[in-house]
Design a protein. Sequence first.
Length: 165
Amino acid sequence: MSATPRLAFPYVLQSQSQKEVTVNSALNRLDALLQAVVEDMDLAVPPASPAEGCLWVVASGGSGAWAGHDGELAHFIGGAWTFYTPPEGMRLWVKDDGVSARRTAGGWDRGVLAATSVTIDGEQVVGARQAAIPDAAGGGTQDSEARAAINALLAACRNHGLISI
């Protein structure tokens, strides 16, 4: 094995000459992938004047220097493009959208928060979706204002996905 299994960092071999080349390559990869920040995920053509050290996700239909690298990370380093295959589950920050993205099933979930619950100050404020609740209706005493308010609350909960429709 000449590279790490998950992020493919190159190993320095015992009898290797110019070990600094391998170490520098690993440092560049580490710099790109650790707490990764990409400029954009919607470009299929490399930017005309990329800044040194910046990173992009190559959009579908990559062309020019990005041809054949759809979905990969394009790192402009040392005046040239280096490409990395992102591992499943990798998270990164997308600067132009201001959202995070996560690698799933060979694609990217951009701006999606996946969780089983949301806890703030030790108290769960959102959990799994609950069962459907029927709209308020009927009754011996007619109170249309209360029924309208209850139905509006139920509609808001359904729209937010907190209860089933």
